[in-house]
Design a protein around this ligand. Structure first.
Ligand code: RBZ
Ligand code: NIO
Length: 359
């Protein structure tokens, strides 16, 4: 499925169901609104899934890995080789994403879209390598349009496969040393926010000059790639990354298949924002897992217009926040489908209380 075909198949959610969903939530045995954001999560999930009566189903996190030419600038805390090493750790089950995924009951799928290392011996890794890393965005475009579209296509493919395999909710995950730099570059390119506002420490710096060097590189990237920044897809190719592009594809593909998608931190949010710019209806299928501790993420939260489910000062990435949030989304689904109504439980409905509680 091409990008254009996928976008053409995305439908807005059926808002005509909203009133009856709300009425069902309001008739559950609790004061109206007392389950707070869980009620909104349940409503959005029912609308997104397109199933009047959804059940807790199979969950998967798709972790796309890729490397970044800008790492040659030398300010990232870790060397490029760490991308492949952490991916191997994921395949062995020892990374943060594996621990939380086991805790929540989520399958972990790792996909190489652009690791700058030979991963052919890595068992369990899906080989969809589009390139051996991107080019340095401080010097020119990260990738060609063809590479960008190929990476987006990998994400679309993984969403399609997930849906075909019965996955009912998917999470975004990524691994790529340096990838907070293109994420902040996309943030500053696509949202009204300055480069210093968009830029945070990511996974940390080698030395005290790191933040200044990161800001300077992003400013340079926006300057040398200026002509490409007025369209989300060309901006993605110019200052994004291969795993970010794949995540954009995953968001679009998930929406196409009415599979609610849980978006992790700043890197996943960059991909999600591009997807929403390409097709605004995608936002209806998205849940924003958490507000990252990386300061630029606050601008993504505003730009995406979604309420973050968790506030845990997470700044790991990999999809760790998204799988943790899936646990609460499951709880919201169970609230919707398992809690008794006032009528069924023969409980007097204290409507007056509801009216007296301040909004
Ligand atoms: C050991 C280690 C494990 C990680 N797991 C995720 N990230 C996170 O940090 C990277 C982005 O931060 P930056 O742009 O500053 O390099 C990404 O790989 C992201 O997934 C990690 C980073 C490290 C060092
Ligand atoms: O917000 C994130 O996902 C994040 C922040 C810093 C480093 N890696 C990931």
């Amino acid at each position: 499925m091409t990008l254009e075909e996928t976008i053409a198949r995305i439908r807005p959610v059926d808002r005509s169901q909203e009133a009856s969903i709300q009425s069902h939530i309001d008739n559950l045995t609790k004061p109206q609104g007392s389950l707070g954001q869980l009620e909104n999560i349940a409503k959005r999930y029912v609308l997104a899934s397109g199933q009047g009566w959804p059940s807790v189903g199979k969950k998967r996190v798709c972790v796309f890995a890729g490397d970044h030419g800008m790492v040659e600038a030398g300010f990232t805390f870790s060397e490029q080789v760490v991308t492949g090493q952490i991916v191997r750790n994921m395949l062995a089950g020892g990374a943060g994403i594996n621990v939380f995924s086991r805790h929540v009951g989520v399958e972990v799928e790792c996909i190489d879209v652009g690791i700058a290392a030979d991963m052919s011996d890595a068992e369990g890794l899906l080989d969809r390598k589009v390139a051996w890393g991107t080019q340095n965005i401080g010097k020119g475009p990260a990738m060609t349009m063809a590479e960008c579209e190929a990476a987006v296509g990998v994400g679309i493919e993984r969403a399609q496969v997930a849906a075909a395999e019965g996955v009912t909710m998917v999470a975004t995950g990524e691994m790529g040393i340096g990838n907070t730099t293109p994420s902040s570059a996309l943030l500053a390119a696509l949202l009204p926010c300055s480069v210093p506002e968009a830029t945070g420490p990511g996974a940390g710096f080698k030395n005290a000059d790191g933040l200044r060097a990161k800001i300077a590189l992003i400013e340079q990237a926006l300057e040398v790639n200026r002509a490409a920044l007025d369209h989300p897809l060309t901006a993605l190719a110019a200052v994004g990354g291969l795993e970010i592009a794949a995540l954009t594809g995953l968001c679009l593909g998930a929406a196409e298949h009415k599979m609610p998608i849980v978006v992790d931190g700043i890197i996943s949010s960059a991909a999600a924002l591009v997807a929403c710019r390409l097709c605004p209806e995608v936002a209806d299928y998205m849940f924003l897992a958490h507000q990252s501790a990386d300061p630029g993420h606050a601008y993504f939260v505003k730009g995406l217009g979604l309420q973050p489910i968790l506030q845990l000062d997470l700044r790991l990435g990999e999809g760790t926040g998204s799988v943790l949030a899936m646990h609460l989304i499951d709880a919201a689904i169970k609230m919707y489908t398992e809690m008794a109504s006032f009528t069924a439980a023969k409980v007097t409905n204290p409507e007056v209380n509801a009216r007296c509680y301040p909004a």
